[in-house]
Design a protein around this ligand. Structure first.
Ligand code: HBI
Ligand code: FE
Length: 292
């Protein structure tokens, strides 16, 4: 497990599944984080929280302020002391990617799996797999928002049926275009709430300010049919009107017929424009340029 004094201790712990229990949970082992890791977290936090202040939605900014995590990698128990009383969620430590079924089962029970290891110095800007910064900084502030918190639990509960119907890909796209890469209407401009955007310096600015990228008003069926980019900025984003659209709107929707209609067809090109798409066009007010 912990190897004190190791020159390369992040790698030692990255993706170590040997200590995981049946639900793929591990101990966070907070004491094993080195001063260099806490310092790296502080720099990531300073950069991304400054960008979030300008580009993220109010709920994200308020949620982040309620979590005390500017000074280093937080103890998960301290996060849970804030999170659990607020929306009934807890975070649990995991070694990295975990099987889909297990992931969904955690969500269904209001447990959010948070990867315990932190990205290395050369990965500050971009990382393919989730690490503790993406999972905690990106996801947990929004778990303090009641509609998002309720939606994500219902999402986990919806997974077994989607799997049974052979439509897990469609459900995964809904997650992608909301929880990971969602935008919400901020009145005169889109605001960021998706964890994949808000934990990325480049995409935070791109998703909100790029003049050419496609922004569509949120439509769950459209999102479930739309393919996505896993190794580049998204070619399209969906923009919510309100978070109630997730919690209340999606509960009222029967996914069964939607799965049946689309599950056997290939995903749509994210850049395709379809009749019936409702484009989101923010009032063209000059957007702040990033100084970086
Ligand atoms: N495991 N740790 C972790 N984090 C994820 O985001 C995750 C996962 N396993 C499966 C999974 N995501 C996907 O199935 C979802 O993105 C749909
Ligand atoms: Fe994520």
């Amino acid at each position: 497990m912990k190897k004190p004094g190791s020159a390369n201790s992040t790698s030692d712990l990255r993706g170590d599944y040997t200590a995981a229990d049946a639900a793929f949970c591990v101990d966070q082992d907070w004491a094993s984080y080195t001063p260099a890791m806490h310092d790296r977290w502080r720099r990531l936090f300073a950069r991304q929280s400054e960008l979030a202040g300008r580009y993220a939605c109010d709920s994200f900014v308020e949620g982040l302020a309620r979590l005390d995590c500017s000074e280093g990698i937080p103890r998960f128990e301290d996060i849970n002391a804030v999170l659990h009383p607020a929306t009934g969620w807890t975070i649990v430590a995991v070694p990295g990617f975990i099987p889909e079924d297990t992931f969904f089962d955690h969500l269904a029970h209001r447990r959010f799996p948070v990867t315990r290891w932190l990205r290395e110095e050369h990965e500050l800007d971009y990382l393919v797999e989730p690490d503790v910064f993406h999972d905690l900084f990106g996801h947990v502030p929004m778990l303090l928002q009641q509609d998002v918190a309720d939606f994500l639990a219902l999402y986990g509960q919806a997974a077994p049926r989607a799997k049974e119907m052979g439509a897990l890909d469609m459900l995964a796209r809904l997650y992608w275009y909301t929880i990971e890469f969602g935008l919400i209407d901020g009145g005169d401009r889109p605001k960021v709430f998706g964890a994949g955007i808000v934990s990325s310096p480049g995409e935070t600015v791109f998703s909100v300010t790029d003049r050419d990228v496609i922004r569509r008003r949120f439509d769950p069926e459209r999102a479930m049919r739309t393919g996505y980019m896993i190794d580049d900025y998204q070619k399209c984003y969906f923009v919510l009107d309100t978070f109630e659209q997730l919690a209340k709107g999606l509960v009222a929707l029967d996914f069964g017929p939607i799965y049946e209609q689309w599950r056997d067809r290939p995903a749509l090109d994210p850049a395709a424009v379809l009749p019936g798409d409702r484009t989101y066009t923010p009032v063209a007010e000059p957007l702040e340029e990033t100084s970086r």
